[in-house]
Design a protein around this ligand. Sequence first.
Ligand SMILES: Cc1cc2nc3c(=O)[nH]c(=O)nc-3n(C[C@H](O)[C@H](O)[C@H](O)COP(=O)(O)OP(=O)(O)OC[C@H]3O[C@@H](n4cnc5c(N)ncnc54)[C@H](O)[C@@H]3O)c2cc1C
Length: 407
Amino acid sequence: MLTPTPALIQIATTADDPLRILIVGAGVAGVTIAQLLRRHGLHPTLVERAGADADEGYMLALMPMTDPVIAELEGRDRYLAASVALGRYGLRAHTGRLVREDSLARIVGRFGDYRGISRGQLLSVLSADGGTVSYDTSVRRLSDSGKETVATLRSGNEEFEAGFDLVIAADGIHSTTRYLVLHRDQVSVVDTGWGGWVIWLEPDAATDLGEELWGEDFFVGSYPVRNGLGVFVGGARADTEAGPTRFAAHIRTSLTTCDSRIARILDTLATSRNPYYWPLTDCRAKRWSTGRVVLLGDAAAGFLPTAGIGAGMAMESAGVLARTLRGATARDVPELLRIYEENQRPRVEAAQDTSRRLARLMFRQSKVFATLRDLAMSKVSVEAALGPIKKLLADSPLPTAPTGSHE
Ligand SMILES: Cc1cc2nc3c(=O)[nH]c(=O)nc-3n(C[C@H](O)[C@H](O)[C@H](O)COP(=O)(O)OP(=O)(O)OC[C@H]3O[C@@H](n4cnc5c(N)ncnc54)[C@H](O)[C@@H]3O)c2cc1C
């Protein structure tokens, strides 16, 4: 677990390092790179805008590209204990009828682990080595003196400056740090016009079954994690404004088949008080590195959750960046960041393209389209939709990790 530490104390510890690094954002990407760099003997300053007791979010299906990073952190046993194997994917038609069930173990399993885990549990697994973090802290300004980047940090009510050889902006899809180095028009956004709620249920017997229902104007996805079932229910933002109770009722009237999992989901949604709402947008920065500042994870390319791969790519990118920086001196940083971007950006954008393509298929409001889609999907395995991602998995930039699930 990370120990909350005043920012000035972290900065003083960082000052003795051969590479003085500031990491902004203690989410999936920020914690991954912090822990990898700590293993390399560095003491990066890790800051997080949220408080220590912030809600840690939603469920994640994690693809095998995370295995090498988890192996490097010697966290595989903890990871297996904190997650569940996702062996099957079920797709339901707009009426609720099961269209098909595919073996994820067969499609993805040959590349490594495919597992369901809550974001909070993942952060615990990644940070099991310990380390420091400053909560309620963010960056207000960045200026480049040529020799270093000076960051103006705000921690609680205090503001102070510190010099760094490298600043890693890992502050997520709504990153404000990236706009300290990029203009707004250097970041493009896809807004699907949809959004939805995350709710949690007790697990059911099918702990290896991730299931999605692609409705005529709604979406229901349920993904097992250890001791729970994470659920996303979404629709066009204009429709979900009606609130979870009315939206759950709308879904129920659209279905002719309502199996026990879907029934439980709709009951829970209908009685949920203010479940967290996620607008379904993404973003893509035209460049990732500017001098001594680099964007990492969703700050660089923020994912729609449709392909379930954003966190996987954020962790892979953290692994690649950490390797690129190994043994570097302050002078090397701008060139190494350029090389890192050149290698990793095409992979991440290819994965993001897959998420965008799936969004165009999933987030529609048409019964006719939904009927034709059901017909097409009854003939096409999920393997086809995941084709480009299989290519990424087969061509990992990180060393292969030992695999073979315990379950
Ligand atoms: C509902 C949902 C379901 C998803 N499902 C999956 C899935 O199944 N599989 C998958 O691989 N991916 C999934 N994703 C995508 C995945 O969660 C993201 O791609 C991943 O978390 C990106 O990691 P990150 O570290 O870049 O961002 P985050 O994990 O969002 O972390 C960013 C951190 O920065 C902090 N922060 C923000 N602003 C500042 C600031 N100014 N200063 C300091 N700190 C700041 C935030 O509080 C946060 O802790 C899903 C996303 C959502 C929303």
